[in-house]
Design a protein around this ligand. Structure first.
Ligand code: MN
Length: 254
């Protein structure tokens, strides 16, 4: 693997948004607690507070920016074994990823749904999704910024996501490890209207599977063949964590 990296046969792709205070976080109805944006305060910058060094104190939610969702994030996964980020075996953080390109559909319909037929059409072209793989829903939503990212209206957010049937198919028929999106959550913006509400969260986490959201640059991944590295911070009893998500992909010289 080291030789393949050195020769350019394998390249490292960054699938992570930059953490800064302007990056949007999910907004829940006002009666609920809210997710904190990223904050950074200067401790010293080569000055009287620390003449030879610069550093910051930072704060944020476990679910700010590009981040990992652990099973205990959702009530359906509250009793899952090893369901918090500090308990998950580290081999779960490295594995294959399949990328379903929904970018054309999402460009036409901001409430675009990933359905079972869409998955089956992808498999007809690329082969069956192997067991224990990550599945990413590419929408190119990560190119949006500001208000267009959450896309809030009077009736809530509008952004693409999977149907309950699609999530159940991926978990029960394909035994996926986790599901990732470019939007602020693994569920559609209108995901509260499905049965169950927020089916990606409910079904994935209730079955001990993981989520990744606010991913970027999924257009740089092949449909199959990339190796994903996504290791959350080791927060005791943590329900999720911001993280750097990297993929190893076949390079130009490959
Ligand atoms: Mn989350």
């Amino acid at each position: 693997m080291a030789l393949a990296l050195a020769s350019g046969a394998v390249e490292v792709v960054d699938l992570t948004h930059t953490l800064d205070p302007d990056f949007p976080v999910i907004i829940l109805p006002p009666e609920f607690g809210q997710c904190a944006r990223f904050r950074m305060e200067e401790v010293s910058a080569y000055d009287h507070r620390g003449p030879g060094w610069k550093w910051h104190n930072i704060s944020m939610s476990e679910h700010t920016g590009t981040h990992f969702d652990a099973p205990v994030h959702w009530i359906s996964g509250r009793d899952v074994a090893n369901g918090a980020v500090d308990e998950i075996p580290v081999d779960r953080f490295v594995g294959p990823v399949c990328v379903i390109d929904c970018s054309a559909g999402a460009a036409e319909d901001e409430d675009y749904e990933l359905t079972v037929p869409v998955i089956e059409a992808w498999e007809a072209e690329h082969g069956r999704i192997p067991a224990d793989a990550w599945v990413f829903m590419r929408t190119d939503w990560s190119r949006r910024s500001g208000a267009a990212y959450l896309n809030m209206r009077e009736d809530g957010a509008h952004s693409p996501g999977p149907t309950p049937e699609a999530v159940r198919f991926l978990v029960e028929q394909r035994d996926i490890r986790g599901f990732g999106t470019e939007t602020v959550g693994t569920d559609a913006g209108q995901g509260m209207h499905y049965n169950p509400p927020y089916p990606a969260h409910y079904i994935l986490h209730g079955n001990g599977r993981y989520g990744l959201q606010c991913l970027a640059h999924l257009d740089r991944l092949p449909a199959t063949g990339a190796l994903l590295m996504a290791a959350p911070l080791k927060i005791r009893n943590g329900t999720g964590s911001p993280l750097r998500v990297l993929a190893l992909v076949p390079g130009e010289a490959g």
